[in-house]
Design a protein around this ligand. Sequence first.
Ligand code: FES
Ligand code: FES
Length: 162
Amino acid sequence: MSGIETRRVRLTVNGTAYEREVAPRMHLGDFLREELRLTGTHLGCEHGVCGACTVIVDGVPARSCLMLAVQADGAEIRTVEGLGREGALHPVQEAFWNRHGLQCGFCTPGMLTTLAAVLEENPEIDEPGIREAISGNICRCTGYESIVDAALDAAAAARRST
Ligand code: FES
Ligand code: FES
């Protein structure tokens, strides 16, 4: 990047520490996709409306298109790639699988990260709470019913495991 001012960023993504020189204006979504090749995070509107780019930053769902990579310096980030493990889906992923909670899948990474963070924070959440939690995540395919059903299943599974 000769001639372009850069800043050093150190952060942890899905349990792995990274250090990179980045342009100050690069947003976190582009950083994850282009620098770390974590393309599970989808970019739709890129202005905070669709929720497709949602990742978990220090335990809280955040739109990676509205956050600069340099603002994530020192943060712990989870992307959709970090929710499950090899051979073991995250309970929310499992519930989406069982309930057919996706069609084209474009919104799915943002739905999964949003719901994973919300359910880890509050497994007692009810249907209105789930609908409010995903109210910032747009899905053009499913009509949301299967997503809400999946989230309710995942919440029930989370309660059983506590
Ligand atoms: S791409 Fe970030 S909210 Fe749409
Ligand atoms: S499954 Fe296609 S946008 Fe949600």
